[in-house]
Design a protein around this ligand. Structure first.
Ligand SMILES: [Zn+2]
Length: 250
């Protein structure tokens, strides 16, 4: 009973040893949600979910990639997600990103609305990337009727954290919580019923200079159990129950 709700197992970083990586996760009894950021990832992600019993697929559209598509390409991306709706457990990652200078936020917002409409129609949970555009993301999602929202790796301020809590949405806490006070504070201030665990592998490793992988999610569990003063097995169980409620029963 252990889950990584957001990672990129489909990335080439894992091409050399993906079997071993999945094997290590399987030994821990994990469920791993692989996230696609574009149509090429998406094809790989679906393949992985067919190949490995413990891997589920989430298909999305990365904002800084999406702004470079023309209308025809954008339709193709969105139709691909729609067409594969029965083989995915979430739409994501999707969202907004203002971390680069040429972020063309207006265009990002148009595209974000399109994918959110799709998720609403498909009744799927969404996994949200909100780097440096946290408030804009929340403002927009609030205008949709989407039941389950997971704010992945949330970097926004605590006024926004409160808004997310009040909306009944969730935070997936990445493995680099081991050194980032921000995530430790989110955990401290959020009910166990709104917390999930993720790695964002190959990124956000808990160990410096080492590629991240799903099995490292145990580090997040460890930290949450320390902050919440709960037994590790209890934390695993509660988070797995959240995962089931949000991703598997919709
Ligand atoms: Zn990611």
């Amino acid at each position: 009973m252990l889950v990584d709700v957001h990672c990129h197992l489909n990335f080439e970083d894992f091409d050399k040893d993906r079997d071993e990586v999945v094997n290590r996760a399987e030994k821990l009894g994990m469920t791993v949600v692989d996230s696609a950021t574009n149509i090429n990832d998406a094809r790989k992600s679906l393949e992985l979910s067919r190949k490995y019993k413990i891997v589920k697929s989430s298909l999305g559209l990365y904002p800084l990639y999406a702004i470079n598509l023309n209308e025809r390409q954008l339709d193709e991306e969105i139709n691909f997600i729609s067409k594969n709706k029965d083989d995915i457990i979430a739409v994501g990652e999707i969202g907004l990103d203002k971390s680069v200078e040429d972020h063309r936020i207006e265009r990002q917002i148009e595209i974000f609305r399109e994918v959110l409409s799709l998720a609403e129609k498909l009744k799927k949970p969404v996994v949200i990337h909100s780097r440096k555009a946290e408030k804009e993301c929340i403002d927009i999602i609030e205008t949709f009727k989407i039941r389950h929202v997971d704010m992945h790796c949330f970097g926004g301020n605590f006024k926004l954290v409160k808004r997310i809590q009040d909306n009944g949405w969730n935070f997936s806490i990445p493995t680099n919580i081991v050194r980032l006070l921000h995530f430790q504070k989110i955990v401290e201030q959020t009910s166990m019923s709104q917390l999930l665990t993720e790695t964002d592998s190959p990124y956000l490793s808990p160990y410096r200079d080492r590629r991240n992988e799903p099995s490292f999610v145990v580090e997040t569990i460890e930290k949450i159990s320390e902050i919440k003063k709960l037994d590790k097995e209890e934390v695993k169980k509660l988070i797995y129950m959240n995962f089931q409620k949000i991703f598997l029963k919709n």
